[in-house]
Design a binder for this molecule. Structure first.
Ligand code: PHE
Length: 443
C-alpha cells in the first residue's frame, strides 16, 4: 500500500517536533520541575533525554520507516509479529494520554478567552489562583472546551497527513519559540527573578531521590512522545531519503530547548512574584498571566501566547489521534473517517471523567489519585517507560544489526556518524537504566 509521505525535510521535522513540543514542555515540565527539586530535576531530566530519549527516538523512527505501517502493523511487516504487543500498548496509551491531555488543552482555550476579555489585568497572584481553581473544578465549562478540542483534533486528522499536520506546524512553531524568548527576557528582568535562575541551574544533589528520577524519566518520555508508538507511526510517513539520525537529533534537541525555555520563562517570575514553585498543574496558568500583566502590550502577548499554546497542544493531540486512527484503519480495516470519529468519542468520554475528577468527583480516588492524575501518572511514569524499554530491547537485541544499518544509512548512501553509540546505548545502557529506575522505586 502506498503511504502518504510528509512533503519535505522541514515538514518531517515540523510534524515530529510538533508532536513532541506541546503541553508536556510548557505545562507539565515546569510543574514537575517545581515539585521535584528544581535544578536537580533538570539535571536528571537532561540525562534521561540523552541516554533514554535520543536512542529511543531514533529506534522508533527507524522501526516506523522500515515497517511502513501503523504501530502494530510495523512489527509484523518487518518480520517480528510477536513484538506487536508494543503497538497494542501504544494504542491504549494514546487513548489514556488523550483522556487528560485534551482537558488541559481545553484549559488553554479558556485562557485564550480570558486573555481576550482582559481578565488578567490588575489581578493578584491569589486572585489568579482562585480564578483557576474556580474554573477547573466547574462541572460544565471545562468539558465544553475539552470536547471542542477533541473535535478540532479529529477534524485536522481527517483533513489528511500532509495538509493538516504539516502546514500548520511549519509556520506556527517558530512563532511560539520567539514568544517564549520574549517571555524569558521579561521574566529574567523582574526584580527578584535571579532566585528562580538559581533554583533552576544550581542543582541541590541531595534532592535527587528515586521519585525525582522516575518523574524525570517519565517526563522525558512524555515530552518526546516516546514509548507508545507515536514516532513509529510518524516514522512510517518519512521518506526513504531522510537522514533519520539527523531528524532524531533535531527533534530531541528542539523539544528539550523549548522545555528549558519554558522553565526560564516561568521560574524567575515564580520567585519574583512569590508563587509557590511546587504549586502543581496550575503553575503555568497562574504564573504567566501574571507576567503578562508586567509587559507593555501584555494584553496582546497573552492572547498570542495562549493561542500558540493551544496550537502546540493541537499538533500533539493530532499525533496521538493519528496513532489510533492509523491502527484502526489498517488493522481493523475501518475507513479513516469512521476510525477517527469512534476514537474521538471514546476520548471525549475519558476526558469528561478526567475533568470531573478535579471537581465534582474529586472524592472518588483510585490508588489515592484523581482519575486525571491516574491517567497522567500511569502513562508517563509506567506505560511509556515500559514501552521504551521494549523498543530498546527490540532494537538492541532482536532486530538484525545489518538491516538496522541499511535502514539508517538509506541503503549505504549515508555515512553514519553515531551508529555505534546508538547501538550500544540501545543494547545496554537504555534498557538497564529504565530497569534500574523501576527497581529503585520498589526498594
Ligand atoms: N509530547 C507531547 C507534549 O509534550 C505529548 C505527547 C505524548 C504527544 C505522547 C504524543 C505522544 O506535549
Amino acid at each position: 500500500m502506498a503511504r502518504t509521505n510528509f512533503g519535505s525535510k522541514l515538514g518531517i521535522i515540523a510534524a515530529a517536533a510538533g508532536s513532541a513540543v506541546g503541553l508536556g514542555n510548557i505545562w507539565r515540565f515546569p510543574y514537575e520541575l517545581g515539585q521535584q527539586g528544581g535544578g536537580a530535576f533538570l539535571l536528571v531530566y537532561i540525562l534521561c533525554v540523552l541516554l533514554l530519549g535520543l536512542p529511543i527516538m531514533l529506534a522508533e523512527l527507524l522501526i516506523g520507516r522500515m515497517g511502513q505501517h501503523n504501530v502494530t502493523g510495523a512489527f509484523r511487516s518487518i518480520g517480528h509479529p510477536r513484538w506487536r504487543f508494543i503497538g497494542y500498548a501504544g494504542v491504549l496509551c494514546s487513548f489514556l494520554i488523550m483522556g487528560f491531555y485534551c482537558v488541559v488543552a481545553g484549559w488553554t482555550i479558556e485562557y485564550i478567552w480570558q486573555a481576550i476579555t482582559n481578565q488578567f489585568a490588575d489581578k493578584s497572584t491569589a486572585d489568579l489562583a482562585a480564578a483557576f481553581a474556580d474554573f477547573s473544578t466547574r462541572p460544565i465549562r471545562p468539558i465544553i472546551w475539552m470536547v471542542l478540542f477533541v473535535g478540532i483534533t479529529c477534524y485536522v486528522v481527517l483533513a489528511g497527513v500532509q495538509n493538516g499536520i504539516e502546514k500548520s506546524a511549519k509556520i506556527l512553531m517558530p512563532v511560539l519559540f520567539v514568544l517564549l524568548l520574549v517571555l524569558c527576557l521579561r521574566s529574567l528582568t523582574l526584580p527578584g527573578g535571579l532566585e528562580g535562575v538559581a533554583f533552576l541551574f544550581q542543582p541541590d544533589f541531595s534532592k535527587i531521590t528515586p521519585e525525582v528520577v522516575l518523574s524525570a524519566m517519565g517526563q522525558a518520555f512524555f515530552s518526546l512522545s516516546l514509548g507508545m508508538g507515536c514516532m513509529i507511526t510518524y516514522g512510517s510517513y518519512i521518506d526513504k531519503k531522510n537522514n533519520l539520525e539527523h531528524t532524531a537529533l533535531q527533534v530531541t534537541g528542539l523539544d528539550t530547548l523549548v522545555a528549558v525555555l519554558a522553565a526560564i520563562a516561568i521560574f524567575p517570575a515564580v520567585f519574583a512574584l512569590g508563587i509557590n514553585p511546587a504549586q502543581g498543574p496550575e503553575l503555568v496558568f497562574i504564573t504567566l498571566p501574571n507576567v503578562f500583566a508586567h509587559i507593555p502590550g501584555g494584553y496582546i502577548w497573552a492572547i498570542a501566547f495562549f493561542m500558540l499554546l493551544s496550537i502546540a497542544a493541537l499538533t500533539s493531540t493530532i499525533s496521538l489521534l493519528e496513532v489510533i486512527t492509523a491502527f484502526m484503519n489498517e488493522e481493523w480495516k475501518l475507513p479513516r473517517r469512521k476510525a477517527a470519529i469512534i476514537a474521538s468519542c471514546t476520548i471525549a468520554v475519558l476526558g469528561v471523567f478526567a475533568s470531573l475528577s478535579l471537581g465534582l468527583l474529586k472524592d472518588y480516588t483510585i490508588a489515592g489519585m484523581s482519575f486525571f492524575d491516574l491517567l497522567d501518572n500511569f502513562t508517563a511514569k509506567f506505560l511509556m517507560p515500559i514501552g521504551g524499554l521494549a523498543i530498546a530491547v527490540f532494537c538492541g537485541w532482536v532486530l538484525d544489526r545489518k538491516r538496522m544499518e541499511a535502514e539508517l544509512s538509506n541503503e549505504g548512501k549515508l555515512k553514519l556518524k553515531y551508529l555505534k553509540v546508538f547501538a550500544f546505548l540501545l543494547k545496554y545502557i537504555t534498557p538497564l537504566a529504565i530497569l534500574a529506575i523501576f527497581i529503585d522505586q520498589l526498594m
